[in-house]
Design a protein around this ligand. Structure first.
Ligand SMILES: C[S@@+](CC[C@H](N)C(=O)[O-])C[C@H]1O[C@@H](n2cnc3c(N)ncnc32)[C@H](O)[C@@H]1O
Length: 198
């Protein structure tokens, strides 16, 4: 809670994510077959713990957390995860460092709705480029954010980038209630984007 008081935009939440929400965002069947998984904004490590319960023994799991104290909390909670105390914007550089070509699943807690247009676009471009063909990107947002300008802009950017994009029913066990955005990357998404630019 103290971290939220000092950094409300980047932390984005007063309390750790609920069990219901962590169950929903980590329920993808792809988790159990994935070779590489990335979590963005791991916070206290609630989702990280759930992810680790669903993966194969040899799955490489990275967790990015910009706040050093929270990064340490994730690492203490999940010793087998490669925790990176840096911004998610540097994801591609770290993948290269670890000789990882692409990521099968990206799970995000980043408070996208509070980010400006440039940050939203740059982060989504990074995520899109990191994913393998057929890779999955899951992120949650508070239901009220979907009505606010930052949240609506974020949804529009996702919609343009990922043709295969679904939204869950509201998860009411979490406070405030949240929805999970579930996006699958297809190469045709990229082609459509390039065609639009021409
Ligand atoms: C909503 S909170 C995390 C919730 C987490 N699931 C939990 O239960 O603790 C969002 C997290 O994203 C982190 N964050 C914000 N911007 C970031 C960035 N650019 N790169 C990495 N982490 C970031 C914040 O420090 C914060 O811990």
């Amino acid at each position: 809670m103290k971290r939220f008081v000092y950094h409300p935009v980047s932390v984005g939440s007063l309390v750790p994510s609920s069990k219901g929400l962590s169950g929903l965002i980590t329920s993808s069947p792809k988790l159990s077959s994935a070779n590489v998984i990335v979590e963005l904004g791991s916070g206290t490590g609630v989702f990280t713990e759930q992810i680790m319960q669903r993966v194969k023994k040899d799955t490489l799991v990275f967790a990015f957390e910009i706040d050093s104290l929270l990064a340490k909390m994730t690492q203490d909670r999940c010793p087998h995860v490669v925790v990176i105390n840096d911004t998610a914007l540097n994801l591609i550089g770290y993948l290269e460092k670890y000789y990882v070509k692409s990521v099968d699943v990206i799970i995000s807690s980043l408070p996208f709705a509070g980010f400006d247009n440039t940050s939203q676009n740059m982060l989504l471009e990074t995520i899109f480029n990191a994913l393998s063909e057929g890779g999955e990107f899951l992120t949650f947002t508070y239901l009220y954010n979907t009505f606010l300008p930052g949240g609506r802009r974020f949804k529009e950017i996702i919609n343009k980038k990922f043709l295969n994009f679904t939204i869950s029913k509201p998860e009411r066990s979490s406070f405030p209630p949240s929805v999970v955005y579930d996006c699958i990357k297809h190469d045709r998404d990229k082609k459509t984007e390039q065609q639009k630019k021409k």
